[in-house]
Design a protein around this ligand. Structure first.
Ligand SMILES: [Zn+2]
Length: 954
């Protein structure tokens, strides 16, 4: 295959919409699957307890007879491996993949034929049966167990009347016969021996699921499934694919254009057996032995008897059950369930708008062609070097690709056929005009009153849930951590996800380095100033400084109280002893000594990192865009000094300084800045031999950043912004303008690199440290994750969207404390409690930190001030690995082989020291929120559709 053909084929593949559920917009795998606490109209906290009494048994017998007790599948645990944890003191067995289909084996207390063995399908509406508490020790449910009203849009279906009658004994019709069989044989066994068979009723320590499964199989029991029960083909399709089915809606309520996938005509046909609301609630299609579990409100599930299963085998169930149980020995999960009142039309509209916002992110965001899921077969790698499979900086000649590129309207365009330019490759999802109108649409949505109210309430609820979770489970979490051998906070992997290379060393380190250079190399010619070359000694003499005078105070790089809200002064702190010439000598790579001092300093920092072993960094290094040659200078510095460490990946930061260069007459237009930054990157991607060192360097680069003072006033971009070529004014473009053009060029570049099999770059700018909310809206649409994000505290709507999409926030509270926000007002602990994906990072150790382990210092202060537990710290550390740009296979080694999954199935306590029940709590909350959102959105979409059909009929 010729290189050009290869490119075309790969490009064609790249143009396919990226597949893989839950990848990308929902980092970590979102499962759209939950009704929200259907039926639980009270706050239920379930305790695991072994207390057993006749009264409790009696109560449970009654419960079981009640309709709705068993049959409604709850989506809470319907995720592929959100297996309920069986507790030591209960007799609950769980089928593999049949999460909600509970096999409940009664306790011995007072055996009678009708209660001895009961096999039911479906978890309870309020989640009792999902493994939350001991069968014997549950608090009684209220008499009038209120069920969540099922939102009905059309006429009730013809079969609705059957709902409750069908299940008066709490057993799905398809199973009733078998249950009786089991019951009777069990009764026989009991009457013979006077007690239950040992294999079923042994204590927690030696109870055998294999035996239980064997027993049930001998009884002829087949495991039921609820595979899309009650869903029409169209609904099932919607459930499983969750496509972008709703076009943006104009805010004035003209909803006419809502289009739904074929077959999605919920509740408008008399035969529709499921209200539209349920359509959005659940869909999980899992691997071989997992089951699609629909989480339909009780009344709905009842209408269609569950199909009996073909999917789950008794053996698989037994294996899985044992694993869960082993884990459960130490981790009894006390789950917090909150009431969910029936959504109003207004709430549903909010959900619809939020869903559209998420869809917009889906539309824009660049995602690698292969999701981690598709790369799950790759082996784990201990280090970055293992992933590369070769020594760093080894040049292997590569062919050039046949293609042509040119920057047009600020975005690089690529054609497969040079000269002809008919076949364009790697087109960006939308133009800048489209982006700005999307941004404005979102700005409107997030400021709507009812959107703000809804999201504010949800966030508060999430926070309170976390507080309750900690209150009820903290001891168990700590126990679980204790029982994970070897692992503790100090030896879990932590990545400093946001740190600037020119401030990566702490101040004492820099001082020591300067002193040693002054002592060992005083005669080195280091700078050209005022028409003559100066040696290091001469430089210090000209500043009236002797080595003896030097101390950390005269070095004066530390951020003090004068810095607060003064980004300009903060930048001056990069000058050692207040002297820009010392900055040039010691912390620039583009100077007379070709950055030798900085390289040596960097190597020392790398050595410290490697000594600590578990700390990793992503040093951000500047490319300014003043001239195209900057890339080659930087690459040469890195490659020639062999600046490589397994503990570091590089990131590129682009300062937003167009106005400065324009004023200095260095560049003409904004497009020139973009061209200086991107042309070399496209050249080296098309033909690596054109810049060999850059090619090697880029293999160690993980992402791009945008930096500068966000608090500067700016004009909000609109649809009629001039193109970059015409941007020749002296004003700096707004953040969103920078962000779009960075994003668009990176998008095309990434697609082109993917087509060559090269690594891609994520876009992870600074956003929301200060300034307008626009920054956070544009980064919501365009970026994988962001640095700071503290301004999210000002917009509940946006904060909620960041939560749902699990966009990483690499926060630096100590840096904020110096610059923009007092430590005690920092939203980090709130965000963390609410479940936003937050990590801790240092930003500028040189200016901010005092110890030689700045990252640990950052964790330490947070832990002290906010009283973070060991579990909290390890969870934050785990997040930091996920946010980082370290390679896929390394993350597999550091977190879990399926690290991208949310919940316990994406976490290995042996590696992260994060207890499974913390992960389970996070996942439960997230599944509930997304379920609520998707259900409301689907209801609203259906309502719009109904209106549309109605108006057509007229
Ligand atoms: Zn920063």
């Amino acid at each position: 295959m010729s290189p050009s053909a290869g490119l075309t084929a790969a490009a064609a593949a790249a143009e396919q919409p990226s597949q893989g559920p839950g990848w990308g917009a929902f980092v970590g795998g979102v499962v759209l699957g939950s009704t929200v606490a259907a039926g639980a109209a009270y706050l239920a906290v379930r305790y695991a307890s072994s207390a057993s009494s006749a009264a409790a048994d009696e109560l449970r017998r009654k419960e079981r007879r009640r309709p709705g007790r068993i049959q409604s599948g709850t989506g809470r645990d319907s995720a592929p491996s959100g297996k309920p944890l069986a507790r030591a003191n209960t007799d609950l067995y769980y089928a593999n993949g049949v999460e909600d289909e509970l096999l409940e084996v009664d306790r011995v207390a007072s055996p009678s034929p009708r209660q001895s063995v009961l096999v039911g399908a479906g978890g309870s509406a309020n989640g009792w049966a999902d493994g939350g508490g001991s069968a014997a020790g549950r608090p009684p449910r209220p008499k009038s167990s209120p069920r969540m009203p099922v939102p009905m849009l059309g006429p009730p279906s013809g079969r609705a009347g059957e709902t409750d009658a069908a299940f008066t004994d709490g057993t799905p019709p398809g199973l009733r016969g078998r249950i009786n069989e089991v019951s009777e044989s069990e009764a026989a066994a009991l009457s013979g021996s006077g007690q239950r068979p040992a294999h079923l009723y042994a204590g927690p320590a030696n109870r055998s699921n294999t035996a239980a499964a064997e027993y049930l199989r001998n009884q002829g029991f087949t495991f039921p499934t609820m595979l899309a029960a009650g869903a029409s083909p169209g609904q099932a399709q919607l459930l499983q694919s969750a496509p972008r089915f709703v076009p943006p809606l104009s805010l004035d309520g003209r909803a006419g254009s809502a289009t739904l996938p074929p077959g999605f005509v919920p509740s408008l046909q008399p035969s529709g057996s499921m209200p539209a609301g349920a359509a959005g609630t659940a869909a999980l299609s899992g691997s071989a032995n997992q089951v699609v579990v629909g989480s339909y409100p009780a009344a709905i599930t009842a209408q269609a008897p569950p199909a009996t299963g073909t999917i789950t085998t008794a053996d698989a169930m037994a294996t899985e059950g044992r694993i869960i149980e082993d884990a459960a020995m130490h981790e009894q999960y006390v789950r917090v369930i909150t009431p969910e009142p029936a959504p109003t039309e207004e709430t549903e509209e909010v959900c619809y708008l939020l869903r559209q916002s998420l869809d917009m992110r889906n539309k824009w965001l660049f995602r690698p062609q292969h999701s981690p899921e598709q790369l799950a077969h790759l082996p784990e790698a201990v280090t970055v070097t293992d992933v590369r499979g070769s020594e760093p900086f080894v040049w292997q000649p590569q062919d050039a690709l046949q293609c042509e590129f040119e920057m047009q309207a600020g975005v690089m365009r690529v054609w497969a056929d040079p000269g002809v330019r008919e076949q364009e490759l790697f087109a960006v999802p939308g133009t800048s005009t489209e982006f700005f109108s999307d941004m404005h649409w979102m700005l409107k949505v997030i400021s709507l009153g009812h959107v703000r109210t809804f999201t504010h309430h949800r966030l508060l609820l999430l926070e309170q849930k976390f507080n309750l979770h900690v209150m009820l489970n903290a001891d168990k979490e700590f126990l679980a951590q204790k029982s994970a051998p070897h692992r503790d906070f100090y030896n879990v992997r932590k990545v400093d996800t946001h740190v600037h290379h020119s401030a990566c060393m702490h101040q004492k380190h820099l001082l020591r380095f300067i002193k040693s250079k002054l002592k060992k190399e005083p005669d080195e010619v280091v700078i050209f100033r005022d028409g003559k070359y100066l040696t290091l000694r001469e430089v210090f003499e000209s500043l009236n400084l002797t080595p003896y005078h030097l101390n950390v105070d005269t070095l004066d790089v530390h951020a003090d109280k004068n810095i607060f809200h003064r980004f300009d002064k903060f930048n001056l702190k990069y000058n050692p002893f207040g002297q820009s010439r010392l900055r040039e000598i010691f912390i620039k790579q583009d100077n007379l000594i070709h950055g030798r001092f900085l390289a040596e300093l960097t190597k020392e920092v790398f050595a410290d990192l490697e000594a600590s072993k578990y700390q990793h960094t992503e040093y951000r290094i500047s490319v300014y865009g003043r001239k195209p040659v900057e890339w080659d200078t930087l690459a040469a510095w890195v490659v020639q000094n062999r600046l490589y460490s397994d503990n570091n990946v590089w990131m590129i930061q682009i300062p937003r300084l167009y106005n400065v260069y324009k004023e200095q007459g260095i560049i003409e237009s904004f497009e020139q800045l973009l061209s200086n930054i991107f042309t070399p990157l496209f050249e080296v991607t098309r033909e690596p031999s054109s810049h060999p060192q850059l090619h090697l360097f880029l293999q160690g680069v993980s992402g791009f950043d945008l930096v500068d003072d966000e608090s500067k006033p700016e004009r909000r971009p609109n649809k009629h912004m001039p193109h970059p070529r015409d941007w020749t004014s002296k004003h700096n473009p707004a953040y969103a303008y920078y962000a779009y053009y960075m994003y668009a060029n990176l998008y095309t570049l990434n697609k082109m690199r993917e087509a060559r099999g090269l690594n891609t770059f994520s876009f992870r700018p600074h956003a929301g440290e200060a300034g307008d909310i626009d920054h956070l809206v544009s980064s919501f649409l365009l970026c994988e994750n962001i640095a700071h994000g503290i301004n999210l505290r000002k917009s509940p709507s946006l904060q909620y969207l960041y939560y749902i999409a699990q966009i990483g926030l690499c926060m630096s509270p100590l840096s904020n404390n110096s610059l923009f926000l007092d430590y005690h007002r920092n939203p980090f602990p709130t965000f963390f409690a609410r479940g936003l994906s937050v990590s801790l990072s240092t930003d500028d150790p040189l200016q901010i930190h005092l110890t030689k382990e700045p990252l640990v210092e950052e964790y330490s202060v947070a832990a002290q001030v906010w009283k973070l537990s060991a579990t909290d710290l390890c969870e934050v550390a785990r997040n930091s690995v996920l946010h980082s740009g370290f390679p896929h296979q390394v993350k597999m080694h550091w977190v879990h082989t399926h690290y991208w999954k949310m919940g316990p199935e994406g976490n290995d306590i042996q590696k992260t020291n994060v207890p499974a029940l913390r992960m389970r709590f996070r996942k439960d909350c997230h599944v509930e929120e997304t379920g609520l959102l998707m259900m409301g959105a689907a209801n609203h979409a259906a309502r719009l559709r109904a209106k549309e059909m109605y108006s057509q009929a007229e």
